[in-house]
Design a protein around this ligand. Structure first.
Ligand code: C2O
Ligand code: CU
Length: 553
């Protein structure tokens, strides 16, 4: 069967050769043709490769971020399309009329008691314990920096001196400060240059657990140590607990130069071997957990039942005691846990994040009646991966809706879909973290009208979790995966949206300004997941980009 085919082949070749070059013999024809074809194929491949390289190069160059971005005007030249539910006044649009500069959005003069703090941004070598030293950038030489403790209603005045060789700022995470005090480089101020000083002042209106951190190159600066806690104690001192401890979780890369997929050490209050805290049997203990790191952790308390009394600083209604429960705490989130010290005299807190560290390397916090002199509080206790996780959608008891925040009605709704894909960004090939398929600064801004209740429907169809944070406001969580919350109202400033989840949240537009909405896994923000929520007729004299040197992410 093969023979006639072959004959045919030879024949056609003869025709081909005769037509092209009669001087060649039939025997060297196949090699010649092969060579020609080879050259042709190689030529086309080279052309395709060249074209790809040129296209890639052009795309790479085109992905360069602009030199100067004004965050008060929409870079995408369009507003995010939402559903307007009521006939709000739309006449006041950004850019229309005379705008108020963010610099004028400060606290009004008041009689509030003044609490003054001095912070110095400086380099330091930190001892994380067990001989582990890291070069860090800090506030006042430690990470976490000093805890700022104030009373509700105080005017907090912070003088920041920058002794670092690069510029920086401070953002007051979770506090609804006036816009000018928000500390976002390129939006509310210019980054503070080396040797310069800057003063922040705002009234701490709500009690709770907050934190502060740099918001210039925040991924780099926060991961290097530029953070601390801010605790606002309630006006009513009867609400004070016998013991009130703040515990800051933070991973440190094992190699200073490593920022991705590196081996890490988890520290609590800057110590990798954990710590000892004192509490006597019968005393009421409050633990304020703050996640200043990049990973979600799963702390668990062993030895007693605990109540979750607040999330992101805001009290929950009718908390109930939970035993052996793991508390998912996403980057930037806070948990206030409360318990009465048992007669047994020992309570332990450890991180039960499966797959983070070998169980015997978990730093632990041991709470007992005497400060142990033992150098290490590490416990070899491993914690079962199947222990229940705290679920904020049905904890505590509902409260009657009493305000716009309850989400009973709202004025506008926007959909945010979180995603990621490989692409070009600022002249790099990298993973892009997207909102509605766009990256900063091309994600359309949301313009809110003062007084609106704004609903955000956030969906994460990707396989990477995100921790979405809105500046200047808190929001109420309404539902998860379309199922309304059945327990206590939950008010947060940072929402963990795990793969496959969707949430509805609502915030009331009650703090005019230009505010960021971004993922608090700060690498994600630096790679695109960052957008603006703005009020009409507010402008900023500052810009983001190389021209000003302001790089908020
Ligand atoms: Cu805690 Cu924009 O950040
Ligand atoms: Cu993220």
């Amino acid at each position: 069967m093969a023979y006639p085919k072959r004959k045919q082949y030879t024949k056609s070749k003869e025709v081909f050769c005769a037509a092209n070059n009669g001087s060649r013999t039939n025997t060297d024809m196949p090699t010649q043709k092969f060579k020609k074809n080879l050259i042709r194929v190689a030529g086309s491949l080279a052309a395709i490769l060249l074209l790809t390289l040129i296209t890639g190069f052009i795309l790479l160059q085109m992905s360069a971020l602009p030199d100067a971005i004004n965050m008060g005007s929409d870079q995408s030249s369009m507003n995010m399309n939402g559903t307007e539910m009521a006939g709000m006044d739309k006449t006041a649009q950004p850019g229309g009329g005379t705008a108020t500069s963010v610099t004028r959005l400060v606290e009004a003069p008041s009689q509030a008691p003044v609490k003054t703090f001095n912070l110095t941004a400086q380099e330091a070598r930190l001892d994380l314990g067990e001989g582990k030293l890291v070069e860090a950038w800090t506030f006042n030489g430690t990470a976490p920096g000093p805890e700022l403790r104030v009373q509700q209603g105080d005017l907090v005045v912070v003088h920041l001196k920058n002794n670092l060789p690069f510029s920086t700022t401070i953002h007051w995470h979770g506090v609804a400060v006036p816009n000018a005090e928000d500390g976002v480089a390129g939006v509310t101020q210019d980054a503070i240059k080396p040797g310069e000083s800057y003063t922040y002042s705002f009234i701490a209106r709500e009690a709770g657990t907050y934190w502060y951190h740099a918001h210039q190159q925040s991924f780099l600066q926060v991961s290097h140590g530029m953070y601390g806690t801010l605790v606002v104690e309630p006006k009513n001192s009867a609400a004070y607990d016998d013991r009130d401890y703040t515990l800051v979780l933070k991973e440190w890369a094992d190699e200073a130069s490593c920022f991705k997929d590196c081996s890490e050490t988890l520290t609590i209050n800057g110590q990798r071997q954990g710590l000892h805290l004192v509490a006597q049997p019968g005393e009421m203990v409050r633990l304020r957990l703050v996640n200043a790191g990049e990973d979600t952790h799963l702390p668990v308390v062993v030895g007693t039942a605990v109540e979750v009394v607040a999330l992101d600083g805001h009290d929950l209604n009718a908390p109930t005691p939970l035993e052996n429960t793991r508390f998912p705490i996403a980057p930037a989130q806070r948990y206030d846990l409360r318990f009465r010290m048992p007669a047994s005299g020992t309570v332990t807190l450890l991180d039960a994040n499966p797959g983070s560290l070998p169980a015997n390397q978990h730093p632990a916090v041991i709470i007992g009646s005497t400060p142990s002199t033992a150098p290490s509080a590490s416990v070899s206790q491993s914690y079962p991966d199947n222990a229940p996780q705290f679920d904020l959608t049905h904890y505590g008891s509902p409260q009657m809706p009493f305000s716009k925040e309850s989400g009973a009605s709202f004025d506008a709704q926007y959909n945010l879909v979180l995603g990621n894909h490989l692409g070009f960004y600022d002249r790099h090939i990298t993973m892009l973290f997207t909102i509605n398929d766009q990256v900063f600064p091309n994600i359309p801004m949301i313009t809110v009208q003062p007084g609106q209740a704004v609903k955000l429907h956030i969906t994460n169809p990707s396989d990477i979790p995100h921790a979405m944070h809105l500046h200047g406001h808190t929001f109420n969580v309404l539902s998860r995966n379309d199922k309304p919350l059945s327990g206590s109202p939950v008010r947060l400033d940072t929402l963990l949206v795990n793969p496959g989840e969707s949430y509805e949240i609502v915030f009331v537009a009650n703090n005019p300004g230009l505010w960021m909405l971004h993922c608090h896994m700060l690498r994600h923000a630096a790679q695109g997941m960052d957008m603006m929520v703005v009020y009409p007729n507010i402008s900023t004299p500052f810009t983001v980009g190389d021209k000003s040197g302001n790089h908020p992410d």
